[in-house]
Write a protein that binds this ligand. Structure first.
Ligand SMILES: [Mn+2]
Length: 335
């Protein structure tokens, strides 16, 4: 059982280097877990770390919360990842939590934390709450995958072509294919090194960008013709209702590009996409391409993320949630 109070919490440092051998992983039962609605960085980083540690520990469980989006089912060995159920009683020595700013974003997998002796929190979100016993949080890294690459190198762990492909996919996903300003010289350097380790970059491009379903492509056209603009044309907003998903026969994870396509329009500084979960719950994602800090905006609704990409869950029906977001944006944009 995890001793929350007794355990000494390490001071959070940028780029904290973790020595896995000092943690005696060879003799330990490990878990590596993703956040809810996992994206390319979340799944790429857990698979890479899971595959890398497999031969260097007593046992390892790679745990995914929610289902795996179609576009990411190509990741090597992703079918070895399991879903966690609260009824499970397995205890772990160390649980690695990746790409997760907040314990609440673990959904059902949060139960693993109480069954783990030690929590290692590895992340790049500026809003990270340092919930681990060891926290390696670097908001300057483009992605958690970038941090995992450095962890493997620092600990002399072999990067196989499969591990390289997983990390490459994570970096491509979180940098928007090297488009966003989180793409640093180090990001390009690491991507280059991963190619040398035989990362299948073409496979990543194909699955992430060149394999949209027809329904999803048609939906894209609909979004572009129907989005609304607010705040004197600086904000683009679009609501995805369950009815709309049904009409286009698309699932919510087929269309996670919606916020970027409306953000990328001339004059738009902030994109907001509301997604109806049910009659009382709405998920909102925020994207920015200027100095406007959408992490702070998301925090107003109990969410968070990055300065230019964030999200929140609002416990109201979609129309009401939209009004709340609109009101807040009008205050913030005027500032
Ligand atoms: Mn990430």
């Amino acid at each position: 059982m995890r001793k929350k109070t007794a355990m000494k919490r390490e001071i959070v440092m940028k780029n904290l280097k973790i020595n896995l051998w000092d943690l005696d992983i060879t003799n330990k039962k490990l878990a590596v877990i993703s956040h809810v609605n996992p994206d390319a960085d979340s799944l790429g980083s857990i698979m890479a770390l899971g595959l890398a540690l497999q031969k260097n520990c007593q046992s390892i469980t790679i745990c995914v919360c929610d289902h795996i989006p179609n576009a990411l089912s190509f990741l090597p060995f992703i079918n070895t990842a399991t879903n966690y159920h609260l009824t499970e009683s397995t205890q772990y020595d160390i649980c690695f939590v990746l790409d997760c700013a907040d314990e609440k974003r673990l959904g059902e997998s949060q139960g693993i934390l109480d069954k783990s002796h030690q929590i290692i929190n590895i992340d790049h979100h500026v809003s990270n709450g340092f919930f681990g016993d060891i926290n390696s949080v670097n908001p300057h890294a483009s992605s958690t995958s970038e941090i995992i690459y450095e962890l493997l190198i620092d600990n002399n762990i072999t990067i196989t072509p499969d591990i390289a492909t997983c990390l490459y996919a994570g970096i491509v996903g979180d940098t928007g294919n090297f488009l966003y300003d989180n793409t640093s010289a180090q990001t390009h350097y690491i991507a280059g090194r991963l190619k040398e380790y035989d990362a299948q970059s073409q496979l990543v491009s194909y699955h992430l960008y060149q394999n949209k379903s027809l329904g999803s492509a048609k939906f894209q056209g609909y979004v572009l013709s129907q989005f609304e603009s607010l705040c004197g044309g600086k904000v683009a907003i679009f609501s995805i209702t369950l009815e709309l998903l049904q009409k286009f026969n698309v699932s919510i994870d087929d269309i996670d590009y919606v916020s970027s396509i409306i953000r990328d329009i001339e004059g738009i500084e902030v994109a907001v996409v509301l997604k109806e979960v049910d009659s009382e719950v709405t998920k909102v994602s925020f994207r920015s391409k200027c100095d406007f800090d959408v992490n702070q905006l998301a925090q107003k609704f109990g969410g968070g993320g990055h300065i230019k990409a964030s999200g929140a869950t609002i416990f109201h029906e979609i129309e009401q949630a939209k009004k709340m977001v609109q009101k807040q944006l009008e205050i913030e944009i005027r500032r």
